[in-house]
Design a protein around this ligand. Structure first.
Ligand code: LMR
Length: 331
């Protein structure tokens, strides 16, 4: 009898402590060995530490749970609690202001970018996600994109007639069209195979994504164009987040703050390491465009800014141009 009672008490205690632990599923589409992959693991560790085990963050890398489009839906219905989609993913959700990040040659460097992502404009943009049931917690950097293909990409004419995989973004579609290419929207997890089988001829991404998805195995030429930015917003299901006990939420906010510093510290480093990896593989010719070639690409893509201005909103663009000093009419 006594033993039975003891057993029951133990089971109850076990059940209670299991019930007390909150699980956060954090899904993303890139490899673990990338800026986003590493930062999400860092966050998971910090969250466990600061909440003293009350919260367990389970990170699912490489589209293990969901592909690009599905993951946003999964977050909105609460099947996952946390994501860090690229900023391009918010346009299709109906928050078109985010497409300003996709404009070619918008930022010269991360200092210009951080004026937006770490300032009031970035915060106001995150707030626009709330009516969609999404709370934005932070911006994490990846880096600047480069183009790859099986033929050299030096001048705008080299892009003509080629199919390029892009993320689902009207601005990116226009960017490819501006140089005579054919944009092909597809999920990130499908890019390697599409390149391998020739469904598309080329693609664009920061080198960390290019290398960790082994795209260098199936692309002969990589041109370091640095023509556009790719970064992330870390987001949570708003209802879930608001429902957390205030102390736990505060601890997670602290963990996110530290993970964001870490993410933005390692981003460039990870991209540099990946570039060294591509170089060491000997499989892809890495080309550094001359100043004139880069300017030719910039000029060819400048009309995208004019054409897509209304779509993104003139006020948002004005803020971006103020931060970056970029003027597409003066090229
Ligand atoms: C892509 O689809 O190219 C990127 O969004 C992948 C990522 O999340 O970095």
């Amino acid at each position: 009898m006594k033993l039975k009672f003891l057993l029951a008490t133990m089971l109850l205690a076990l059940g209670l402590s299991a019930g007390a632990q909150t699980i956060i599923k954090f899904s993303h589409v890139v490899a673990a060995d990338t800026p986003k992959g590493k930062a999400s693991e860092f966050f998971a560790k910090k969250a466990a530490e600061l909440t003293k085990g009350k919260v367990k963050v389970e990170v699912y890398a490489n589209s293990a749970l969901y592909k690009d489009k599905e993951e946003m839906e999964a977050l909105q219905i609460g099947s996952v609690q946390m994501l860090a989609p690229s900023l391009a993913k918010f346009g299709p959700l109906g928050v078109k202001e985010f497409e300003a990040f996709d404009f070619p040659f918008m930022f010269d460097d991360t200092a210009e970018l951080h004026k937006i992502t770490q300032g009031p404009v970035g915060a106001a943009m995150l707030a626009k996600l709330e009516p969609k049931g999404i709370k934005g917690l932070a911006y994490w950097d990846n880096g600047f994109k480069s183009f790859s293909a099986n033929t050299p990409l030096k001048m705008p004419a080299d892009y003509k007639g080629k199919k390029f995989r892009i993320q689902s973004s009207k601005v990116l579609e226009e960017q490819i069209r501006s140089v005579g290419g054919i944009p092909q929207v597809m999920a990130f997890s499908e890019v390697y195979q599409a390149l391998q089988t020739g469904v598309v001829d080329g693609t664009e991404n920061p080198i960390s994504n290019f290398y960790t998805q082994k795209m260098h195995e199936v692309q002969k030429h990589l041109s370091l164009t640095n023509h556009g930015y790719l970064g992330y917003a870390v987001i949570v299901n708003k209802k879930f987040w608001d429902g957390l006990p205030a102390d736990v939420r505060g601890q997670l906010e602290q963990a996110m703050k530290e993970a964001t510093v870490y993410a933005n510290q390692i981003a460039q480093e990870e991209n540099d390491k990946s570039l060294a990896g591509v170089r060491a593989s000997g499989k892809t010719v890495i080309y550094e465009p001359t100043k004139d070639e880069r300017m030719a690409l910039k000029k060819a893509m400048a009309p995208v800014h004019i054409k897509m201005a209304d779509r993104v909103g003139k006020d948002t663009l004005k803020e971006f141009y103020k931060a970056t000093g970029f003027d597409p009419t003066k090229l």
